[in-house]
Structure formats: structure tokens, C-alpha cells
Design a protein around this ligand. Structure first.
Ligand code: SAM
Length: 199
């Protein structure tokens, strides 16, 4: 038995798993050390895209994937790891209006800074909102965007407030949102925001 609620990052991946069908394109918008990207690769989607603004993160993610047998998937273009800001994901990931493109069924964000890295290179409210809008443009009907938010540092707090405000204002006829918080955990635990496109 796997206890999926003890670790928020595991819970996020568990929530996303049903959307990662063999025909799907999926996006890791913040690949960091590559743990989430590897977990998505193991779910075997048709296409996997991973983004990070730091060379160090792109290198770590690529090496982790290679260590776990995904070199051919990278060479074939089934997995693409990009050193690019996630706000630009629409320039790399083909959307639903692109003939033959795999539908984007899941986009994950694991916000904050690279564990063990430069805390200044954290995700920020403005660029995260821009990336969220880009992800929403790409998302197929019934696809999911899953955002793990960390409000234990000042920028993370601003980011969480901005995201919840944005999600609360979404047209309920077009989007459905869910918010997972951890009510008995102390010291600003990570939380999850989920957004799905209704049609
Ligand atoms: C918490 S870490 C991600 C952890 C990662 N998912 C893993 O499994 O190791 C957040 C990452 O977001 C990246 N980041 C910050 N701003 C970004 C942006 N605008 N576009 C893409 N990545 C960004 C940081 O460089 C950092 O590596």
C-alpha cells in the first residue's frame, strides 16, 4: 500500500496519473532536479515536455532520465527538456489546433526554488500567472493543471495568493478548480491547486 497523502509532491503526482494516457502530451513546467519529470516519464505518455530556466536543472533532469533508461526517448523527441521559461511553453508545445498533435492532458507546476540551489531563482507570481494562462491555452478538454504551491517564503506567499485569486475568478462554466490544503500541518505546508477545462 502506498500512503499518498503523507507527501504533497506524491499526492500531486497521484492526482495527475489518471490524465496521463498513452495518447497524451504532458508538461512538467518546473523540472528542477527531474524527479517529477521522471515520474511522468514512467507513466508513459505519448509526449513529455519539461521546462526550467536554469541550465543546472535541465542538466540534472536530462541526466536523471538518461540514468533511468530514457536516452532513446530524448533522442527520438518523445521527451523534450528545454532550458526555457515556462511562460513560453506555447512556443514549444503544440496546442489542440495543431493537426496530429497529442492532446495536452496534464501540466504540472512544482513551484519555488531548486532544492539545494539558488533561492533567488524562485518562481514568481507574475511569471507563474503568465505560465498558467499559457498552460490553460494548451490544455485539452478534461485535462488537468496541477500546481504545488509553497507559501513558507515571501514570494511563495504572494504567488499562492495570486493563484488562488486567479482561480477563484475563473468562469465556472468553462473551468473547474479544486484546492487541497493540509489543515493540521504547521509552518505553511505545501498545498495543491487543480484546474480542469470543462470543454
Ligand atoms: C521546486 S523546483 C522544482 C522541483 C522539480 N519538479 C523536481 O522534481 O525536482 C522549482 C523550479 O522552478 C524553476 N523555475 C523558476 N522560474 C521558472 C520559470 N519562469 N520557468 C521555468 N522554470 C522556472 C526553478 O529554476 C526550479 O528549478
Amino acid at each position: 500500500m502506498e500512503n499518498i497523502i503523507r507527501q504533497t509532491t506524491k499526492l500531486a503526482l497521484h492526482l495527475v496519473r489518471p490524465y496521463v494516457t498513452p495518447d497524451a502530451a504532458v508538461v512538467d513546467a518546473t523540472c528542477g532536479n527531474g524527479h517529477d519529470t521522471l515520474a511522468l516519464a514512467r507513466m508513459n505518455p505519448a509526449q513529455l515536455y519539461a521546462f526550467d530556466i536554469q541550465e543546472q536543472a535541465v542538466r540534472a533532469t536530462t541526466e536523471l532520465l538518461q540514468c533511468h533508461g530514457y536516452s532513446k526517448s530524448i533522442a527520438d523527441g518523445k521527451i523534450t527538456v528545454c532550458c526555457q521559461a515556462h511562460e513560453q511553453m506555447g512556443t514549444v508545445v503544440p496546442g489542440g489546433d495543431c493537426p496530429g498533435a497529442a492532446p495536452v492532458r496534464a501540466v504540472i507546476f512544482n513551484l519555488g526554488y531548486l532544492p539545494g540551489g539558488d533561492k533567488e531563482r524562485t518562481t514568481r507570481a507574475d511569471s507563474t500567472l503568465a505560465a498558467l494562462r499559457a498552460a490553460m491555452e494548451l490544455l485539452a478538454p478534461d485535462g488537468v493543471i496541477c500546481i504545488t504551491m509553497y507559501s513558507g517564503h515571501p514570494e511563495g506567499k504572494r504567488e499562492k495568493t495570486a493563484l488562488l485569486e486567479f482561480a477563484s475568478a475563473l468562469d465556472a462554466g468553462k473551468w473547474h478548480t479544486a484546492y487541497v490544503s493540509m489543515p493540521n500541518q504547521k509552518h505553511d505546508p505545501p498545498e495543491i491547486l487543480l484546474i480542469t477545462r470543462k470543454s
